[in-house]
Design a protein around this ligand. Structure first.
Ligand code: ACO
Length: 344
């Protein structure tokens, strides 16, 4: 992998999005909770195996009536309210999702309708579990260059709909949820996105796929019978990718911006895929793992929703103080990786 390419980005991007702040944040988790003990009744697994391999104890699951846009709309309204705005104030809605309501049309437009936003720009982006960070990087640039005042970036997923519940390798890992932020110009030019980086490995995409239902493999009775419309994953390969690229993106962001990892970074929020992946990234970075914030035990892997879900929970707890630097890193299907440093 080209560490130099990432480093080039973080050298170029340093300070470019400072002054664009998170004006409001919100999240939503469906009511229903599926514990490891519930999964023990559904498949050949154990709480001990899941906890020791992943750190996951439980995950939330959408009701039959809830689609990705419903979860996203709840998170969006919470974020807009937190920002002190109304839905009509939003100029652009970017939805990061791997589990849209439909192929046609964009779920961002469905959320626009559900939250009663006015006429505004809307689109979905597909960058796997890195999607929210990609959305932040795209959305913040519209604010920075003055094209839009208030950009809503949402990560929302209903992965439970796309799992093969007979495949214990993947079914135990994922959960449903949504998180959202409103990005706007800050009155404090020192606040905002200190650095950012988005990238994708040209190889390895086959290790994490949903093979059927698209133009390469149209839905048929055969694809349904063979469960090709569900998530297929090579866990070991994804693990290797996540630890390597997650570390490289984080290291490049820090090297491109700050004094040193433990002096410069107040908190670290990695994508919540697996506690072991995240502890391994801390170790490779020589980052004190007490700085890592996590909710994987109660949410599982919510893909693009995972970073804003942790951020929202920690902001509501009052974790971050003025001047703190938050490093966030995503990695996932593509295989993509992305990160930012946000200064409060
Ligand atoms: N319960 C019990 N046993 C299981 C389960 C389960 N749910 N799943 C697998 N096993 C078994 C396997 O069959 C295997 O048994 P065998 O040795 O008899 O064949 C054994 O446990 C060990 O399996 P491994 O694959 O070696 O387990 P490993 O330690 O690699 O952990 C895991 C597997 C947790 C999937 C790990 O590889 C991982 O986390 N990979 C990353 C995957 C990921 O996070 N994907 C999310 C999407 S991508 C993203 O968000 C980055």
């Amino acid at each position: 992998m080209s560490r130099d390419r990432i480093r080039e980005q973080t050298t170029r991007n340093y300070n470019k999005l400072l002054g664009v702040e998170i004006k409001g944040i919100g999240s939503y988790l469906p009511e229903k909770v599926l514990k490891n003990s519930d999964l023990e009744k559904m498949m050949d697994t154990s709480d001990e195996w899941i906890t020791s391999r992943t750190g996951i104890k439980a995950r939330h699951v959408a009701s039959d009536e809830q689609a990705t846009s419903d979860l996203g709309a709840e998170a969006a309204l919470n974020a807009i309210n937190d920002a002190g705005l109304i839905p009509e104030d939003i100029d652009l809605i970017i939805l990061a999702t791997a589990t849209p309501d439909h192929f046609i049309s964009a779920s961002a437009s469905i959320i626009q309708h559900k939250i009663k936003a006015g006429e505004c720009a809307c689109y979905d982006i597909a960058a796997g579990c890195s999607g929210f960070v990609y959305g932040i990087v795209i959305g913040a640039q519209y604010v920075q260059n003055g094209k839009f005042d208030n950009v809503l970036v949402i990560g929302s997923e209903t992965l439970s709909r796309f799992l093969n519940w007979d495949d214990r390798n993947s079914a135990v890992l994922f959960g449903d949820g949504a998180g959202a932020v409103v990005l706007s110009k800050s009155s404090d030019p020192k606040r905002g996105f200190l650095n950012f980086c988005i990238t994708s490995n040209p190889d390895g995409g086959e290790h994490l796929t949903l093979p059927a239902g698209g133009s390469a493999c149209f839905t048929s009775a055969e694809t349904v019978n063979s469960k090709k419309h569900t998530v297929h994953m090579n866990g070991k390969e994804v693990f290797k990718f996540a630890t390597t690229w997650g570390t490289n993106v984080a290291a490049a962001l820090v090297e491109g911006s700050l004094e040193g990892i433990n002096d410069g970074i107040s908190y670290f929020i990695p994508h919540q895929a697996n506690e072991r992946i995240n502890l391994s990234i801390c170790k490779r970075l020589n980052l004190d793992s007490n700085k890592m914030l996590s909710n994987i035990a109660t949410t599982g892997n919510t893909s693009s929703a995972s970073i804003p879900l942790v951020m929202d929970q920690e902001i509501k707890k009052g974790t971050f103080k003025k001047g703190d630097s938050l490093l966030a890193v995503g990695f996932g299907a593509g295989l993509t990786a992305a990160g930012f440093i946000y200064r409060f």
